[in-house]
Design a protein around this ligand. Structure first.
Ligand SMILES: [Zn+2]
Length: 420
């Protein structure tokens, strides 16, 4: 897994420019995909984090891969993204998703739906090269679900032959076998977070709806219905939104490096001044975010509160935020007042402070020592909020209780609506 060389970036720009001539409505996705050069995919593949894997070695060695073919390869991968084939394939395969061989069939089913459409709008190179309904003897213009059923109907499940070292399909983003070496890809590019993905999908859906019908082709029907239908009504699971907010805030904190004499700077080992004094340069220490979670225990959110707590602990652990860095504070709140704020360790007693609601709890939390870098509030939302930023990023997890749908917190607070 490698970042692209400057020459490869130029090549990719050329393919993208060609792709945009025929499918300009894919511009938001084409510019959002994060390219990674690798030899573990056949030619092009995508994953759920929107990494675009390109095997430049294989493509340069194969005369079939003209610029037009590669442009259509990009359009094809956009089809997997816009069709949400990563999640959709999991949905339609169910338990069969664990079977690597059947996932290859799912990848083919998804490919047929895309390539039939490419052929209809006149992008024949890739359609001639890849799977289409006519080549497979299947009816045209069906959904991936139908093709998957038809492809696997008279077939026994086969043996799961384990994850291969090199894949020939479009990766997990195409609903196929995972691209090997996700950790290595993370080191090259961490991908696109779910919130940004959703924004790009909405832009793309709007571009498709308003595009010139001739550019979309006569196949506007089934396939585009699927595209727009997939994008519009589907909410992102709250765990992913919470995770994205949490990670973003934590990374921002971790990016603030502290200068410390406790660690010498290894790159610049120090020097001796003309007067003979040895100067040792300080090193940089990565700062782990301190997170304080306020749990509003006043509402009727028993199970949901436990689930949200478990999620936050899990995400924290992934980010190396645990132990003393992840503190939980219970706030018992009646309608008007914070009764008390409890912490396991270093929280001073605040009962009798005269606070009125979660707004007061947040202000109190900012004053806790050590001062938190991120505050997460779990509440049913029946509360007042601080109107203005408190100097610490706040993430509000609104947990529904008793059918009550709370108003949004002020816009400076990142809000996650938790649906169970
Ligand atoms: Zn594909």
């Amino acid at each position: 897994m490698q970042p692209l060389t400057p020459e490869q970036s130029v090549t990719l720009s050329r393919w993208r420019a060609r792709a945009l001539q025929t499918t300009p409505f894919y511009a938001p996705i084409l510019f959002a995909l994060r390219p990674v050069n690798t030899t573990v995919v056949g030619s092009f593949a995508v994953d759920e984090k929107w990494r675009l894997y390109i095997n430049f070695n294989a493509i340069e060695a194969d005369p079939d891969f003209t610029d037009d073919m590669c442009a259509q390869g990009l359009i094809h991968e956009c089809g997997h993204i816009v069709g949400d084939h990563f999640s959709r394939t999991r949905d339609y395969m169910g338990a069969q998703h664990r079977n690597v061989i059947l996932r290859k069939f799912a990848n083919i089913a998804n490919d047929i739906a895309i390539n039939d459409w490419l052929a209809e709008i006149g992008l024949r190179e890739l359609a001639d090269y890849g799977y289409t309904s006519s080549k497979m003897g299947l009816p045209p213009r069906q959904t991936p679900e139908v093709y998957y059923d038809l492809l696997t109907k008279n077939r026994d499940d086969g043996d799961d032959d384990g994850a291969p070292e090199v894949i020939d399909g479009c990766g997990q983003g195409g609903g196929g076998v995972d691209v090997p070496g996700g950790d290595l890809a993370d080191a090259v590019d961490s991908g696109v977070d779910p919130i940004r993905q959703q924004a790009v999908m909405v832009s793309t859906a709007n571009a498709i709806r308003t595009a010139d019908p001739k550019m979309i082709g006569s196949a506007r029907g089934d396939f585009l219905d699927t595209i727009t239908g997939t994008i519009a009504p589907k909410p992102i699971p709250w765990q992913r939104i919470l995770g994205a907010h949490f990670r973003r805030a934590a990374h921002r904190v971790a990016g603030n490096t502290d200068v410390s004499m406790q660690r010498r700077n290894r790159r610049r080992p120090g020097f001796v001044t003309p007067s003979g004094t040895t100067v040792i340069l300080p090193g940089y220490v990565r700062h782990v975010a301190d997170v304080l979670c306020i749990r509003d225990t006043s509402g009727s959110m028993g199970e949901e509160l436990a689930e949200a707590t478990a999620q936050i602990s899990a995400i924290g652990k992934q980010l190396g935020i645990d132990g003393d860095h992840l503190r939980f504070v219970d706030a018992d709140v009646d309608i008007y007042s914070v009764k008390r704020l409890r912490a396991a360790t270093d929280l001073s007693e605040i009962s009798g402070r005269g606070g009125t609601d979660m707004a007061q709890a947040i202000v109190s939390a900012v004053a806790v020592t050590p001062r938190p870098d991120i505050i997460v509030v779990m509440t049913d939302g029946a509360t007042r909020w601080p109107e203005h930023p408190v100097g610490v990023p706040v993430i509000a997890c609104l947990i529904p209780a008793g059918g009550y749908r709370p108003h949004d917190p002020p816009s400076w607070i990142k809000t996650v609506r938790i649906a169970m």
